[in-house]
Ligand binder design. Structure first.
Ligand code: LLP
Length: 388
């Protein structure tokens, strides 16, 4: 991914910065779109993964809808030019102001996470003389078999409506004049690499689809959320996720009733691999037990390792190829005053020195968006590349 020309170009830039390979992003989007369209599936891009302007422009142009989790994300999607009738709005804690904004812009649907929220949307829509489309987010109690911080579809999680509340939900839907149930929605977690997990989800979707049908609700939309994982260990060999196999699972296992649409909300799988965090070695410190590479990027730029103990591949750019014997173990750390500010322990790298460039790979999703100004850090910078 990083040829010598690119590394030379980086050497003049102020670090740290996010590098986005827009050509790779385009190829990823093309493959995802093609694989989804083959089955007539609709994909909403989850803005929470990355809302960088150029990234969003490409995603909009590729014809994806938008999945938002705040009023500001809905606003960003509309300002970027995503069609409001392809915007869905999820989230357990939508404020009145956020709901009003989305109602005023006639978004496609609210993914509603509680019975109380149904009533609030109904009331706010009534004031406007509108009818809001809603999809019920149901907690299917399916184990996504991923990190527990990014598992969302278990009984113990705060997301969605539980099975035992469904009776109450349909009574509310029947009583409310300003909401219309168009579908059901699920999202069980993120970074899911075992496609069998999605088969289990399909079984639950089918059960619930029939349950609503038996009670006279003709659902138009089955929204199965996002969650497809990426390869953090080998970003070059697997720079584009296997979208065909992923969508094929749903094509094979979802039992669509006539006229029903299947919707998806992909974030990570679309944008992870096109992004890398580029940083410089500030200091090399040889401790009693360890060697430390201290970078000018920290958890403030990429929080995932500190928050989830997430693995990201770390590479020294422009290093002459070193034999295994020459490689050195480093703990690669940032400058922030927290011990969790560590990108990787015992990382094998060629011997490194002050000023060397380091790439932290697969950082396009949940990287820049989760950056903070803790320690009064600089605003995050980014650089776009469009090499083919
Ligand atoms: N739909 C809903 C309702 C979601 O909550 C999410 C992600 C998505 C779609 C997109 O999921 P994806 O396709 O990206 O897996 N910060 C964490 C990930 C949090 C995911 C939150 N929800 C991380 O860095 O791993």
């Amino acid at each position: 991914m990083f040829d010598t020309g690119l590394v030379a170009a980086f050497s003049h830039k102020e670090t740290p910065f996010y590098y986005y390979d827009l050509a790779l992003l385009q190829r990823t989007l093309d493959q995802a779109k093609q694989a989804a369209t083959a089955h007539g599936f609709h994909v909403h891009y989850a803005l929470k993964a990355n809302f960088n302007d150029r990234v969003l422009d490409l995603i909009r142009d590729a014809g994806f809808g938008a999945d938002c989790v705040s009023g500001n994300e809905v606003k960003k999607a509309i300002e970027t030019g995503f069609s409001p009738d392809a915007i869905v709005f999820a989230g357990v804690g939508k404020s009145d102001k956020e709901i009003q904004y989305a109602l005023d812009h006639d978004i496609f649907a609210f993914n509603v996470e509680s019975v109380q929220e149904l009533k609030v949307i109904d009331g706010l829509a009534a004031v406007r003389g509108k009818k809001a489309n809603v999809a019920l987010r149901i907690n299917p109690n399916v184990d996504a078999q991923t990190h527990h911080y990014i598992t969302t579809g278990l009984n113990e999680n705060k997301f969605g409506i539980s099975h035992w509340e469904l009776g109450d939900a349909i009574d509310t839907l029947r009583a409310c004049q300003h909401i219309e149930l168009i579908g059901i929605h699920f999202h069980i977690g993120s970074q899911i690499t075992d496609l069998n997990v999605f088969k289990s989800l399909c079984v639950k979707v089918n059960e619930l689809n029939s349950w609503f049908d038996e009670r006279g609700f003709r659902l138009r939309v089955l929204n199965v959320g996002g969650g497809l994982g990426v390869d953090y260990h080998d970003p070059d060999a697997n720079s584009i996720p296997d979208f065909r196999s992923y969508f094929q699972v749903f094509a094979d296992f979802i039992e669509r009733k006539p006229g029903q649409e299947v919707h998806f909300e992909l974030g990570r799988a679309l944008v992870s691999q096109c992004g890398s965090l580029i940083s410089r070695v500030l200091y090399v410190k040889h401790g009693i037990k360890k060697n430390f590479l201290i970078l000018d990027a920290g958890m403030t730029e990429l929080m995932r390792p500190a928050l989830y103990q997430a693995y990201h591949k770390i590479e020294r750019l422009g290093a002459p190829s070193a034999s295994e014997a020459e490689l050195v173990h480093y703990d690669v750390v940032g400058p922030i005053c927290e011990s969790s500010d560590c990108f990787g322990k015992e990382v094998l790298l060629p011997p490194s020195a002050r000023g060397d460039l380091i790439a932290i790979r697969t950082a396009g999703a949940y990287g820049e968006v989760m950056a903070s100004r803790y320690n009064l850090r600089d605003e995050i910078r980014y650089v776009y590349g469009e090499r083919h």
